[in-house]
Write a protein that binds this ligand. Sequence first.
Ligand SMILES: Nc1ncnc2c1ncn2[C@@H]1O[C@H](COP(=O)(O)OP(=O)(O)OP(=O)(O)O)[C@@H](O)[C@H]1O
Ligand SMILES: [Mg+2]
Length: 865
Amino acid sequence: MSTPVRRQYLSIKKQYPETVVFFRLGDFYETFDDDAKAVAKALDIVLTSRRVAKNQRVPMAGIPHHAAENYIARLIRAGFKVAICEQIGSQPINGLVPREVTRVITPGTVVEGNLLADNENNYLAAIIIRQQRAGIAYVDITTGEFAATQMENTNIERLVLNEITRLKPAELITPDAASHQPAAPLNIPHSLYEDWRFDLDHARRELQNHFDVATLNGFGLQGKPLAVQAAGAVIQYVAQTQKQALNHITRLNVYSTDSFMDLDAATRRNLELTETIRGGSGPGSLLHVLDKTITAMGGRLLRTWLHQPLLNVEALNRRLDAVAALAGATLARSDIRTRLKTVADLERLTNRVSQGIALPRDLQAIGRSLDAVPDIQAIINAEAAANLADFVGQLHPCNDVVSLINAAISDEPPAVLSKVGVIRPGFSAELDAIIAGSRDAKVWVAGLEAVERERTGIPSLKVGFNKVFGYYLEVTKAHSERVPPEYIRKQTLVNAERYITPELKEYENLILNADERQLDVEQRIFKEVCAQIAAAAERLLATSRALARLDVAASLAEVALANNYVRPQLHTGDSLHLVNARHPVVEQMPLRDADGLATTFVPNDTQMSAEALIHVITGPNMSGKSTYLRQVALIVLMAQIGSFVPADRADIGLVDRIFTRIGAQDEIHAGQSTFMVEMVETAAILSQSTPRSLIVLDEVGRGTSTYDGLAIARAVVEYIHNNPNIRAKTLFATHYHELVEVAKTLPHVRNYNVAVAEEGSRVVFLHKIVPGGADRSYGIHVAQIAGIPKAVVDRANELLEQLEGSADFREQKEKARRVISGVQMSFFAPETHPLIDDIKALDIDSMSPLEALNTLYKLKQRAEE
Ligand SMILES: Nc1ncnc2c1ncn2[C@@H]1O[C@H](COP(=O)(O)OP(=O)(O)OP(=O)(O)O)[C@@H](O)[C@H]1O
Ligand SMILES: [Mg+2]
């Protein structure tokens, strides 16, 4: 028969089969059986054993409870979920302390500071996909943000993937593996959550109960059953794992992905919005350039903006107005930013308070943060002209909260609640009485010896203390007869007796229990204070949202000034006009020319419209084609989050999507051929872009043979150009010089190339985009710069010369040209005679007289056939 504790453990563990159970035993969290083995291994701690029945021992591994946070963090990172099973109360019932699981920690429901990145949200997301529709809901329990959407599309998996890429959730739950499918490549911890949790009626009831409403229509959920299902599942999951967190999930934001620019996973990656292609979050990403935010809330908001560009001119102009106002008010801006430095993560702190996990210093941090609010308000209001205050929104100084915290929390409270000294003296009469009582009692006891010697006339009377009897009065046997009658004898020693008095015991009581009572009362008061602050959570969260907006706008203003950005003029037309535009990230990097000398970034213009719809950009390797393409896309994106842009002038017709495809060479994919990936992605673009989209194609078609590549490139350009449902503004960089021929037949195609200056044998890349096509690659030149040995470079040049001179080479060039012009004929011109095509395609200038003669013979021969 196993011990009662063992039986208790097993019955709890049964409810959490997939989860490591941290079972509280005194000062330790213990794990048992397989959990213990796994935990010991993952945390590198000792695996011991515990006797659970006669002749039975089971594996056990434990960690001290005060160090748990760190260990839990490591387990979560290693992919475990952890159920915290606490002792409830301190009184055993039938000899057994009751225990229950108070929270389950999963990647999406952590609240521990050391598991969270300040500037990133930590989302738990649910996905459900049914035919061509999907519901997505997500929550960040550290901030209280809760949102849901429903989407519909013939390619629903793509939309789901886009949204999940944007959110980068810490954890995903789905009813079935199929719903998880689209997100699978993202490598996000994923749990199958029971089917019935997603059941529509059940989910709806759960949401209604949670928000205490009779209908969900107020949230805008009518007609969005899948959004309801996903949101309902999220609420249930939170209830199961972090019940306290439910308190401050007070709003559900039902949104539509239609109001944001559509950015797919590949585009977010290619444009290096928040991370570089290599996966780094440091220098190299757009966020890194734009993020001069000071607060954690501001940092998170900027990241959100960056991943959700807007489609509405008015909304964007409101943001741009705020940025402009702050850019124009240098003094105010710098004052605001100085004040923001004292603002802590008010959003997460407020939620810690609501969840009942706040510590004394969290309250201090809230107080300190709120202190900044009146100053900031004053500065903003002084900038009345700019409507800045409207943009920022409700800032509440929350004086009641500040005074409460100042009054209640001592100046230097302990870091934990298990120590006394949290509550400031003077705040609670009850607490003060306990502390004063204990102090008085100590004084009284300290003075007792003298008092009693005097009173009894026993000079050797001593006051002492031991653990068994507490305080006592000791009188040597020689003086026994002078002991007063009220002394109660407690202990007899060889030559002394020890006594107590009722009064002494009373004082002793005051002294001995004082700490414990003080702790009890302090904890109770702290809870009450937290409850009062939690009642102000709405105001606090509104304030933290406003501070975040202010922080982001001030940051964008700061960046705009530092980097010479200009306010973009936004409109709903189809043109895009940039003057002296730069790549926001590359221009920040130290640039060197071919000779290794420092250079500056060369600005470029862009002029696109329905007329000049497709720009084909040719140019040597390393000349700046890719940089230019990304520069245009990034500037449009920056404008559509409300940022100023790196240019002297920017008139931008809003775009609904940006698509980028980067030729295979830059990317490594597992499992699929690079060319396959490229084609799949290109197919997606062709099916989804609209006349309001911006398409950036960099070397598409490069992953296959020249002719296939050329043919595909040509066909893609034609398709975009001719299909009225697409006609998207397109930038197409290519190595295939032959592609410039396309402009001859497609009226809205324009050729550009990157200018090169040849100074003798030296080649200088000017990085300037100029009209017209290029005709040389300078690949060998680049090889030389890259440090390929001179002998190899020389040999390559020699081979190239031979090759260019050979008939074979010219024939190939010819064939390539025919791929282009041949396709063109079949598509756009009435059937003409192939012989005429061939004559047209002849490059007489490059023929030797003998070749010309031979060609003429051949033509005549074919004409006679
Ligand atoms: N406008 C510019 N001003 C100054 N330097 C630039 C500019 N554009 C590009 N560069 C420099 O040239 C380098 C190569 O640019 P990029 O990768 O865009 O060339 P590319 O033409 O796409 O080359 P490839 O054909 O090999 O893909 C950049 O890393 C940058 O250092
Ligand atoms: Mg390139």
